[in-house]
Write a protein that binds this ligand. Sequence first.
Ligand code: NAD
Ligand code: WQD
Length: 346
Amino acid sequence: MNIFITGGAGYIGSHTCVELLNEGFDIVVADNLSNSSQVSLDRVRRITGRDFPFYEIDICDEDALSRVFEEHSFDGVIHFAGLKAVGESVSRPVTYYSNNLISTLTLCRVMQRYLVHKIVYSSSATVYSPDNPLPLREESKLGCTNPYGWSKYMCEQILRDVAAADRRWSALLLRYFNPVGVHPSGLIGEDPRDIPNNLMPFITQVAVGRREKLHIFGGDYDTPDGTGIRDYIHVVDLAKGHVAAIKYLQGFTGVDAINLGTGRGFSVLEMVRTFEKTNGVNIPYEIVGRRAGDVACCYADPQKANRLLHWRAEKTLEDMCRDSWRWQYNNPHGYGRDDGGNVTLH
Ligand code: NAD
Ligand code: WQD
């Protein structure tokens, strides 16, 4: 089976490329490299020993996208391409809505024209309203607090409407919780362009000496240690969830949303302590005020994914911390300076 992957040079996309290639799928990748490096794809080739075509194009460019569909025939699409920084989406809403909605609409139009009707979409736990009881289930109330979240919500709705209008379509809306960790080779990973917004890349940059200390946003939440709790999921587990989703799509029509999480929450302090213990490094931190928009606690009910996709997350918090550190240690500047990804850490 040949799968078209948008945003495949990015963090989750590159890991999914590895799992698909390892499972014998053929892939074609498109990415405009606005938040990634082509080096990630060279590393995917190195890990898997397999080659695949790459197109440096913007998915919003219908002519360029059509040329890819002209040159290949696809059995399905995984649509990762999008902008994802919550804070930036608040200050640049038009950029976020344009990129995330137009890319999805253009992709739908081209898929329709080339009779490709199966799509896996990268959605997010951020589409759930913050006032839901936990754990979050697929039927929990939806509602967002920032333009990024709304753009994910709107793309879900677009795909629901497309599938409702034409019964040949099938779409799985995968709602990721907090992806962290990297491939155990330490060759591919998360490489934020600026100051990291997310917890794990900030911790690894402190560990490697690029940042002085971690600011922990809020120590007064109603949680056992006062810090925020999240459902961290290893990106390799997440990538395997996409392989399961693509397989499931072959016998499915319609549209469905599925959580990809572990079902277990850990606090910021638990994450810091686990990182320190697993890797034998010290993470200086300071507890500061809460970050606007954060909730105390968020975790998934992953039973639907277990039931429908026969998938469950297997990796531990220790695995997430160990693998993230291996990547950062061997690539202290991310993909920015390709040092060949020499893995020396054990
Ligand atoms: P990422 O930024 O590493 O990957 C996204 C990729 O899409 C990048 O390589 C970027 O260059 C590319 N891209 C963006 N706009 C494009 C366009 N118009 N045309 C072509 N390429 C384009 O992010 P990621 O963490 O791998 O996230 C992948 C997807 O998963 C995104 O849609 C994101 O919203 C979603 N998601 C991510 C998280 C997370 O915490 N990482 C959580 C939930 C959902
Ligand atoms: C985790 C915890 C912070 C950084 C975000 C998006 C969400 C989804 C996943 C895309 C929280 C705390 C963090 C730091 C800290 N992305 N923290 N110091 O906010 O749960 O989710 O990424 O869809 O939409 O909102 O993840 O990693 O930013 O934060 O104390 O420097 O770590 O307060 O409790 P979040 P995160």
